[in-house]
Design a protein around this ligand. Structure first.
Ligand SMILES: O=C(O)CCC(=O)C(=O)O
Length: 370
């Protein structure tokens, strides 16, 4: 059989997007909601199990901060009465928007408890990836939650997926994606107290680097603080307005203490652009554009810092071929992992993997039905 890489270069990237920041891509076919992925996926992934692997503050929606002349006609938002004109202009101009206290403490407790159960292996979620921070990955025994820095791809866990489908979140998401909404990528980040090596940092990057679907303007991330998050425990850092730029070249930062797997960063961006630290309270949620340059700081506190997030795309989006683009580097990296785990003769297409991985939230879905 011809290696899939040679036959279908797109395949490499689709897998990379599935493996963002992870060591191993794991899938299971139980409860598959994908359209038409069927037996090939079963053959390839069916035997695999869940596996471990190694302020200027929040924008005030009441302050008129964006120049109307710069933002009309609207490009990054769609017509939807949910956003005030001020909020809409803020996102158009800055590429992010914080909504205070959007998710209730009760819901966040539910997700926190589920996370703990997953870490203790009381719950096994098909298709999910569990990651450890580079600083603790070689420790002989670090129990439960303290060993896990991130869980990813929890679309098949109904408890955690509840976050992605929360009406209060999705009502905002629709202002960016339009009415047809698909959850493409999910994460619960448990940023550990830094060991002193500063590996808990997340380098400045653009999320689109990992995504083989477009248009970028109809993709949005919803990121919710599960506790008070400030500069001490490593809040998000964004560079307002960078969503108007291009996807830039990403590579591993040359950090002395090491870098977590797949934590690619942008090495060359304009250093004169000012950063904004998004200090947030529990339940506050930031929506941001996939080209917005962002990252997060070192966790200098003694506790773990938790956030939950979902990247959504329009159901009318389409997949792209990343061959010959900036995104090919991450595709190559992922391909090495896939080749190691699944062999060279994997017979699966680009679209198959995303059809499996993503989960519709509402409306029509032509992205995965063709
Ligand atoms: O939550 C964080 O620390 C950073 C998350 C982030 O930037 C990402 O995963 O793209």
């Amino acid at each position: 059989m011809t290696p899939i890489l040679n036959r279908n270069p797109e395949f490499r990237f689709v897998l990379s997007a599935c493996l963002v920041a992870s060591e191993l891509f794991i899938m299971s076919v139980t409860n598959a909601n994908a359209v038409g992925t069927g037996n090939r996926l079963k053959t390839i992934f069916g035997h695999l199990q869940q596996q471990e692997i190694s302020s200027y503050v929040t924008p005030h929606v009441t302050s008129a901060s964006a120049g109307v002349a710069d933002t009309l006609p609207f490009k990054y938002t769609v017509d939807n009465p949910k956003l005030t004109l001020e909020q809409r202009q803020f996102y158009e101009e800055n590429g992010f928007l914080v909504i205070k206290k959007l998710v209730s403490p009760q819901k966040l407790d539910l997700y926190r408890n589920r996370f703990t159960a997953i870490c203790k292996k009381e719950v096994i979620v098909p298709g999910m990836t569990i990651m450890r921070d580079i600083a603790i990955k070689d420790s002989e025994f670090v129990p439960g939650e303290q060993a896990v820095t991130k869980i990813q791809d929890f679309q098949r866990d109904d408890v955690l997926f509840d976050y992605c489908a929360l009406p209060e979140v999705v009502e905002y998401v629709e202002c960016f994606t339009g009415p047809d909404v698909i959850a493409m990528h999910t994460m619960l980040i448990n940023k550990p107290p830094d060991s002193g090596k500063m590996t808990s940092r997340h380098p400045m990057h653009q999320d689109l680097h990992y995504f083989p679907f477009r248009p970028a303007d109809r993709i949005v991330c919803s990121w919710t603080a599960m506790q008070k998050i400030n500069r001490e425990n490593g809040c998000l850092v964004v560079i307002p307005g960078t969503h108007k730029g291009e996807l830039l070249v990403h590579e591993y930062p040359k950090w002395e203490g090491g870098v977590n797997k797949m934590y690619h960063g942008i090495q060359n961006y304009d250093p004169s652009q000012s950063r904004v630290h998004l200090e947030m309270e529990e339940g506050d949620t930031v929506f941001f554009h996939p080209i917005l340059i962002h990252g997060s700081g070192t966790n200098r506190s003694k506790g773990f810092r938790k956030s939950i997030s979902c990247h959504y795309a329009s159901g009318q989006a389409h997949y792209i071929d990343v061959k010959g683009t900036e995104q090919e580097t991450i595709a190559d990296e992922i391909y090495e992992i896939i080749r190691r785990k699944l062999g060279r003769d994997v017979d699966i297409t680009f679209a198959d993997v995303w059809k499996y991985k993503s989960r519709p939230v509402k409306g029509e879905n032509t992205l995965n039905s063709t």
